[in-house]
Design a protein around this ligand. Structure first.
Ligand code: C2E
Ligand code: MG
Ligand code: MG
Ligand code: MG
Length: 285
């Protein structure tokens, strides 16, 4: 049974040995079966709107709990999934789970956004647009509440192709977010050339906001840039609740991190009463 995360699941971190290679090969072979068995599922981490101090939405984060090996880190199995040529399949599965969850939340009166991570490697052809369209139709989730967080933008090989795919996705009514902004090669180039509605400042700067003036300068500059470009700026990986005021002062619209909530199971999210911080839960259905 899935539970919300008291701690981040521990990754299988050993490297290099032959048994790891065999383990990775068996992981690749088991991906489809793990999805069917429910070993792969989503947890949901709130994104907090600073102006209203309420939950603007949640981000779906994929988990794999293997009965024999325990939690396998998403970074690791996503890499294996890519090697196995199963990224589209995993993405469809996550989108399907997340949009069904979003639809259920809306049905229960919690009308919030749902964000799904999309690997930049899927922006090489139009198939991803078809997948998103099909899932939206199947789940009947309102597209204007779906945000696609593009991860690893540095891996986009052709910005012209990616831009037309992102425009196709936006024409479905969904929003596009640039994940981990500021780290990795070509962040500004990708931001300049691709049509984003939201930008997430990487945890690297967010974590050091209080103690490092350089991090503060970077965060407020990115927030100012977002304002001018009329896009939402989210600070991700905020661990210290006392730092929230720094992000308000810097002009970020949203924050996300352990300071407010760890990723939650769908059932915990459905039971979550305090969708509006500092206010009675009475306005929640
Ligand atoms: P991300 O999209 O940048 O997600 C944020 C990661 O930071 C998540 O790790 C989350 O659990 C963690 N996090 C959130 N708040 C805090 C905090 O306050 N402190 C710290 N130290 N960490 C925090 P997670 O779930 O292990 O995911 C890692 C990455 O794997 C994600 O980074 C994303 O790039 C990728 N990922 C996760 N789910 C999916 C998915 O369904 N599809 C794809 N393509 N990638 C995914
Ligand atoms: Mg993300
Ligand atoms: Mg991120
Ligand atoms: Mg990150």
């Amino acid at each position: 049974e899935e539970t919300s995360e008291a701690h981040n699941p521990i990754a299988v971190a050993e490297t290099g040995s032959q048994s790891d290679l065999l383990w990775d090969i068996s992981l690749r072979a088991r991906i489809d079966e793990a999805m069917e068995a429910g070993e792969i599922y989503c947890v949901y981490q709130p994104k907090i709107d600073l102006a209203s101090k309420s939950i603007a939405g949640v981000e779906a984060l994929v988990r794999w709990h293997d009965p024999a090996r325990g939690f396998i880190s998403p970074q690791h199995f996503i890499q294996q999934c890519e090697k196995a040529g199963r990224m589209e399949h995993l993405t469809r599965y996550v989108l399907q789970s997340a949009c069904s969850a979003g639809q259920l939340l809306h049905f229960r009166g919690r009308v919030i956004s749902m964000a799904v991570n999309i690997s930049a490697t899927l922006l090489g052809d139009m198939r991803i647009a078809g997948i998103v369209r099909n899932v939206l139709q199947a789940t009947r989730f309102d597209p204007s509440y779906l945000t696609l967080e593009i991860t690893e933008t540095a891996r986009i090989s052709d910005h012209t192709v990616a831009a037309s795919i992102l425009e196709e996705l936006r024409s479905l009514g969904v929003k596009i977010s640039m994940d981990d902004f500021g780290v990795g090669a070509a962040s500004f180039e990708a931001f300049y050339e691709l049509p984003f509605d939201e930008l997430k400042i990487d945890r690297l700067f967010v974590a050091n906001m209080a103690k490092d003036p350089k991090a503060r300068a970077i965060v407020s500059s990115i927030a100012a840039m977002g304002r001018e470009a009329r896009i939402t700026v989210v600070a991700e990986g905020l661990e210290n609740p006392q730092d929230i005021v720094l992000f308000e002062e810097a002009g970020c619209q949203q924050v996300q991190g352990f300071a407010f909530s760890r990723p939650l199971s769908l059932s915990d999210l459905l039971e979550y009463q305090d969708f509006t911080l500092n206010r009675p839960a009475a306005n929640m259905v």
